[in-house]
Design a protein around this ligand. Structure first.
Ligand SMILES: *Cc1c(COP(=O)(O)O)cnc(C)c1O
Length: 240
C-alpha cells in the first residue's frame, strides 16, 4: 500500500475530530460544514481515496493538472465532482468551464464574461463562487471587498452562471486573529450582499488546514483541506 493510502484513514479521522471540536465550540451542527478534500499536487490516487471514503467532490487549483487527473480517474471508474479553487487566468477559463463542476475562484468581470460564454456554449449552467480578498492581503488573489457589490451585480446578469456564495483565503500569519477577522469579514460582506441584492449566497468557502477552526467559528460552510489529509505537497516543476 502507498504511504498516501496507509496514512489517509487516520488523517481523515483527525480532521473530522478537529471539525467536530470546532463545531462544538461554536455551537454548530457538524453537518453544516462540508469538507472538501484538496488533491492538488497529489496523484489521482488521492482522488480515489477521497471518493472511496464517500466524498462527492475534490478541490484542485490548476486547470491542466485537474484535467489530466480527471482522465485518469475516469479510466479507473472513480467518479467525483471537481471544484476549481486556484487562481484562474482568463485564457484557461474555456477549459475550466468545461472541466469543473464549480469554480470558486472568480474574481473579476472578465472571468465572469468568459465563463458565462463558455458555459453557455457547452450548454450548461456553471455554479461559481466569487473570491473576495477579505483579508486585504496584497499577496492574495480575489476581488477587493469594495468591489464585491459591482462584481456580484455583473455576475447576476450571467444566465449560464449560478452564483452560490463567496470564497476567501486568509493571509498567512502567526496571529490566529488575522484569519478569524478575515473570515468574519467575508461573512459580513456576504450578509451585506444578500441584504442589498436579495439573493441567496449560502456557500461560504473558507478555512484550510491551518485555520479551519477559526473559519468554522465564523460560519464557514465549506473548508478546503489538503495537507492535513494527504500530507505535504511536492510543488510541480512548472505552473500548469
Ligand atoms: C491548497 C489550497 C487549500 C488547501 O490548503 P492546505 O493548507 O493544504 O489545507 C485550500 N484552498 C486553496 C485555495 C488552496 O489553494
Amino acid at each position: 500500500m502507498s504511504n498516501l493510502a496507509a496514512n489517509f484513514p487516520a488523517a481523515l479521522a483527525a480532521v473530522r475530530a478537529r471539525i467536530a471540536a470546532a463545531c462544538a465550540a461554536a455551537g454548530r451542527d457538524p453537518a453544516t460544514v462540508r469538507l472538501l478534500p484538496v488533491t492538488k499536487n497529489h496523484p489521482a490516487e488521492a482522488v480515489a481515496l477521497a471518493a472511496a471514503a464517500g466524498f462527492e467532490a475534490v478541490g484542485e487549483n490548476r486547470v491542466q493538472e485537474a484535467v489530466a487527473k480527471q482522465a485518469e480517474c475516469a479510466a479507473q471508474g472513480v467518479r467525483v465532482r471537481w471544484e476549481l479553487i486556484g487562481h484562474l487566468q482568463s485564457n484557461k477559463a474555456k477549459l475550466a468551464a468545461r472541466h469543473f463542476d464549480r469554480v470558486q475562484s472568480v474574481e473579476n468581470t472578465k472571468l465572469l464574461d468568459v465563463l458565462d460564454r463558455e458555459a453557455a456554449a457547452a450548454g450548461r449552467v456553471l455554479p461559481v463562487l466569487l473570491q473576495i480578498n477579505a483579508g486585504n492581503d496584497p499577496a492574495k488573489f480575489g476581488a477587493e471587498p469594495a468591489d464585491a457589490p459591482a462584481l456580484l451585480e455583473h455576475a447576476l446578469g450571467k444566465r449560464a452562471l449560478r452564483i452560490e456564495g463567496l470564497m476567501t483565503i486568509a493571509p498567512l500569519s502567526d496571529d490566529p486573529e488575522v484569519a478569524r477577522r478575515t473570515f468574519a469579514n467575508l461573512r459580513t460582506i456576504r450578509d451585506q450582499l444578500v441584504a442589498r441584492f436579495g439573493v441567496n449566497l449560502s456557500e461560504l468557502s473558507m478555512g484550510m488546514t491551518g485555520d479551519l477552526a477559526a473559519a468554522i467559528a465564523e460560519g464557514s460552510t465549506m473548508i478546503r483541506v489538503g495537507t492535513a489529509l494527504f500530507g505535504e505537497r511536492t510543488p510541480p516543476a512548472a505552473a500548469g
